[in-house]
Design a protein around this ligand. Structure first.
Ligand code: ATP
Length: 347
């Protein structure tokens, strides 16, 4: 089939199972009805130990050239590559989709289909705090207008695409200045999206309601730490902390995305690396999310759903109780993708 469209992206290699995750993604990308050109950058520990600045410079050059990157897990040694990249690329918003996966055992029997849009900077995470004598400690919590605006705009754009509402969640009745500013900015942005319903919830109430009636929630926008708590809570509800992908974004002054990086949630899994055993689902989802972001919504969506099809049909790797190798599972995903691929590439 002649490729209808093409896509260039940066690919950041890491450590442990990184090479196997990349192989799985490539084997699917090669068979899509479009041309995907990966521009590879080595962010492995070995490279970083010999030339850390050079490796990050290469990564920066590539993502600035192509606008998007997929990143595989990296070992944190002296520095956390994730933090270095976040600072260098000015990532201020993280989008973490969390969806129930049919066939994955969970203790929660409701359906989750959540898009968590989280400010990736500030909150309580910028300041480790300090002790005041032996009896007290204090830290500063920061909320800024700019990342609040970026997160809110991203959330409303997403909700518009998904034809759903936006819930903003914080503790605005107590943290009146900080969360008050966050909610004020969200309300201002909401006014520019009259077709998207917005409501604010107190974060603690949201957690309870999410568990009681998860189907009422789709796009939730929150300050940094709440988004962190919410992501792990939601992942626990779907039975897996490692089975998901997230996207990090940086923006221009008008709140338009400038750079985007997509990565699987799990770590480097050194205990199983190189054995063809790892589960590539999260990496494939990261790739699917990247395709959707670049306008290949039908293809990205097909890939994302195909992973779920494969898992729910019982075709799983060892971590989910199955016996498939990484590549056998990837084949199952390809078969499910092919079955779903009808119509155009860009939609
Ligand atoms: P890191 O330091 O990079 O976080 P880690 O081993 O401490 O590495 P994870 O990589 O998250 O943490 O691994 C935790 C456990 O989950 C390990 O037993 C690992 O084998 C397993 N695991 C992680 N990712 C996968 C995967 N993609 N497929 C299968 N098992 C995985």
């Amino acid at each position: 089939m002649s490729p209808a469209e093409s896509l260039d992206l940066a690919e950041f290699h890491g450590d442990g199972i990184s090479a196997e995750l990349s192989a799985a993604v490539h084997s699917l990308a090669e068979r899509l009805p479009m041309e995907v050109r990966f521009h590879e950058v080595d962010l492995s520990l070995e490279r970083r130990q010999s030339d850390a600045e050079g490796s990050y410079r290469d990564a920066e050059k590539a993502i600035r050239k192509y606008g998007v990157a997929i990143k595989y897990p990296t070992t944190t040694d002296i520095e956390s590559p994730n933090k270095v990249l976040r600072d260098r690329f000015d990532f201020s918003v993280i989008h973490r989709p969390v969806r129930s996966i049919p066939g994955v055992k969970t203790r929660y029997n409701g359906q989750v289909d959540l898009n968590i849009v989280r400010i990736a900077v500030g909150g309580t995470y910028e300041d480790a705090g300090r002790r005041i004598g032996s009896e007290a400690a204090v830290s500063v919590r920061v909320i800024e207008r700019r990342p609040s605006f970026q997160a809110a705009k991203f959330a409303f754009e997403l909700a518009q695409k998904l034809e759903c509402g936006v819930c903003s969640a914080s503790k605005y009745t107590i943290q009146r200045a900080t969360d008050g500013l966050f909610e004020e900015v969200v309300t201002e942005v909401a006014a520019t999206y009259p077709d998207v319903h917005h409501h604010a919830e107190l974060f603690d109430a949201l957690l309870a309601k999410l568990i009681m009636k998860s189907e009422d929630y789709n796009v939730v926008v929150t300050p940094n730490e709440y988004g962190d708590f919410l992501s792990d809570t939601a992942c626990g509800m779907i039975g897996s902390i490692g089975l998901g992908a997230s996207a990090s974004y940086s923006f221009d002054d008008n709140g338009n995305v400038v750079l985007a990086m997509f990565d699987p949630a799990g770590g480097t899994a050194p205990d199983i690396a190189g054995q063809g055993l790892c589960n590539p689902s999260a990496a494939i989802w990261a790739f699917g999310q990247l395709l959707e972001h670049q306008g290949f919504r039908a293809l990205g969506g097909a890939l994302n759903d195909a992973v779920r099809d494969a898992i729910s049909a019982g075709n799983t790797t060892g971590d989910l109780g199955g016996s498939l190798s990484t590549m056998e599972f990837t084949e199952a995903v390809w078969e499910a993708t092919a079955a779903r691929l009808i119509g155009g590439v860009k939609a």
